[in-house]
Design a binder for this molecule. Structure first.
Ligand code: HEM
Length: 471
């Protein structure tokens, strides 16, 4: 029996009414049709649809949600039919469902040329679980504290170089901070010259995968036998340059004696053994390092940029944050609530996708095998029944009445939940704390920055412009 059929018979038992205002409880789910069918969606020609999806990401989703409701279908290409949903019941079904029936790896196919075949993001089933188990221990919440000092020192050095007075884009410096943090804590690099040597080709590759025209070009051209100056030819050359430095690092680290005192994530991954006593191969390590870099650097930088973009437009929130900081509370609940509210209102990864290998009954629909179900983080986080006045930036909601498990999902969920969620939240607190201690953010009375796609994230279009004064 599926979640929705149980819900339909017995609404009180599994409906997501926790923390929801009583007046807005989810209505009973209608019975699903007997044969699989897709919810309605725009019939716009595919190239136009793809263009809107990439170039006007949020207004496009808002328009579709207004027109079609909690479930709609997008046919972006011959092979890619997506059912987008903002229904918390669907979120629960996806995150608690059988991973063999809902493949996340297959849905991340677009990342294969960058991340490789052995990336945890690309794998499914037993291979995914093996790799995930090997990678989990270094990301355990408590372990993050070991990296606090490094994170703080990196942030302080970058913030010390900020100009006082003129406006500037915060996003590039957030990217520089989070990239250096990854290179130090994940790759274990310490020497600034080496950080630059390894970081430069990786940064070039990440920048290339971030730009919108290149994203479009890669989507609409073939990756098979590309000419050197074609979009794929150039992209492959950047991947090869990044691979060279990653393999050099790996070989150097393998050549060092065991227990040489490193506490970085790569050291732990080198020592990790699966149930059969097998370590990760060089190929697996290369793919996982690329994965951690892509999944961990741009995302956290973008989340920090949005937090700053929100803070300079909300002096009341900024004042309360500073008061908490001056009070020296170690737990910093308001800081945590501010970060969570920024991730709610401006989620940087805006959807998770699962490719269905069998029909799935959810929310009164019976979705056919072969399509992808995409819980939309962006649309879910803006449901007025879950978040009254959803457009308002109000960290207090996370103090007064925190949302339930399937209502706040910036890190996805289930067996695919972001491995770096604790790392990212800890890093955001440290970096934001360093900024608030070192400079005074100047409040702004200008329009909100609009949203643009950057690599796998939804980023502030103008790069989160801020101005600072001495603290
Ligand atoms: C604010 C920052 C971040 C956000 C918003 C974010 C978000 C996400 C999301 C939405 C997923 C997909 C989950 C799903 O399909 O259900 C994911 C997966 C993942 N993330 Fe993050 N992430 C962040 C930071 C990080 C960091 C810092 C790292 C590591 C250094 C990381 C490593 C990963 C990995 C390895 C996966 C794949 C997990 C799997 O497939 O089993 N992420 N992340």
């Amino acid at each position: 029996m599926t979640a929705s059929s149980i819900a339909a018979r017995n609404p009180g038992t599994i409906e997501l009414t926790v923390n929801k205002p009583a007046s807005t409880a989810t209505p009973a789910t209608p019975a699903a049709p007997a044969t699989p069918a897709l919810p309605p969606g725009p019939s716009t020609p595919r190239p136009v649809l793809l263009g809107r999806f990439i170039l006007r990401p949020t207004s496009f989703l808002d328009d579709c949600a207004r027109r079609y409701g909690d479930y709609f279908t997008l046919r972006l290409s011959e092979e890619r039919t997506m059912v987008i949903t903002s229904d918390p019941e669907a979120v629960k079904t996806v995150f608690t469902g059988d991973p063999e029936q809902m493949l996340a790896g297959k849905n991340n196919e677009i990342l294969r040329p960058l991340l490789g075949d052995r990336s945890v993001l690309l794998l499914d089933g037993a291979a995914h679980l093996r790799q995930r188990r090997l990678m989990l221990p270094p990301f355990h919440g408590e372990r993050m504290k070991a990296y606090g000092e490094t994170m703080r020192a990196v942030a302080e050095r970058h913030v010390a170089a900020w100009p006082h007075g003129p406006e500037f884009a915060a996003a590039p410096t957030m990217q520089a901070i989070t990239l250096e943090i990854i290179l130090r804590t994940v790759f274990g690099l310490e020497d600034p010259a080496r950080i630059e040597r390894v970081g430069a080709p990786l940064r070039r590759l990440l920048d290339a995968s971030a730009s919108q025209p290149r994203l479009l070009a890669l989507q609409v051209t073939s990756s098979k036998n590309p000419r050197p100056r074609s979009p794929w030819g150039r992209f492959n050359a950047l991947v090869a340059a990044a691979d060279r430095v990653v393999y050099e690092e790996l070989h150097e680290r393998r050549a060092q004696p065991n227990g040489s005192g490193h506490d970085d994530i790569l050291s732990l991954l080198l020592e990790a053994r699966d149930e059969d006593g097998q370590p990760l191969t060089d190929l697996e390590l290369r793919d996982e390092l690329m994965t951690l870099l892509l999944a961990g650097h741009e995302t956290t930088a973008t989340a920090l940029s949005w937090t700053l973009e929100r803070l300079v437009r909300h002096p009341d929130v900024l004042a309360r944050l500073l008061a908490e900081r001056r009070g020296g509370e170690e737990a910093a609940p308001y800081m945590e609530a501010t970060i969570k509210e920024a991730l709610r209102l401006r989620p940087v990864v805006t959807a998770v996708g699962r490719h269905l290998t069998a029909p799935l009954e959810v929310g009164g629909h019976l979705l056919p095998a072969g399509v992808t179900i995409n819980p939309s983080i962006y649309l879910l986080h803006r449901r007025p029944d879950l978040y009254p006045e959803p457009d308002a930036f109000r960290p207090e909601r996370f103090l007064d009445d925190p949302p339930g498990t399937y209502q706040w999902i910036p890190f996805g969920g289930g067996v695919r939940r972001c491995l770096g969620a604790s790392f990212a939240l800890f890093e955001m607190k440290i970096v934001l704390g360093a900024i608030l201690d070192q400079v005074a953010l100047v409040p702004q009375q200008c329009e909100d920055e609009s949203v643009t796609r950057r690599a796998i994230t939804f980023a502030p279009k103008r790069g989160a412009r801020i101005a600072v004064e001495p603290a």
